[in-house]
Design a protein around this ligand. Sequence first.
Ligand SMILES: [Zn+2]
Length: 93
Amino acid sequence: MTEFRCRRHPTEDRLPLVRPPFKGDLGERIHVEICADCWKEWLTHQTVLMNHYGLDPRQRKARDFLYEQLRAVLFDEGEPASVDTSKQGSIDW
Ligand SMILES: [Zn+2]
C-alpha cells in the first residue's frame, strides 16, 4: 500500500479519495493532495457558500467562484471569501 499524505494534515495518516472528484487538472490534484475528510469538509463549505451567495452552479461565473474558493480553502492559494451567515452575501461579478 502506498502511503498517502494529505497536504492539510502532513503528519497524519489519512484516507485518500477513491477517485478524482471531477475531471481535469484540479480534480487530479485534489485526488493526489487532499484526503477524503478534507474533501467532505469542502463539500459542506461549498454548500454554505452556494446558499450564502445564492450561487447557481450551472452558471460559469458561479463555478469559477467555487473553484477559486476551493483553491483558497484546500490549497491556501488566494483569499477565502468570508461567510457572514447573519446576512445575505453578494459577489461582484
Ligand atoms: Zn486532509
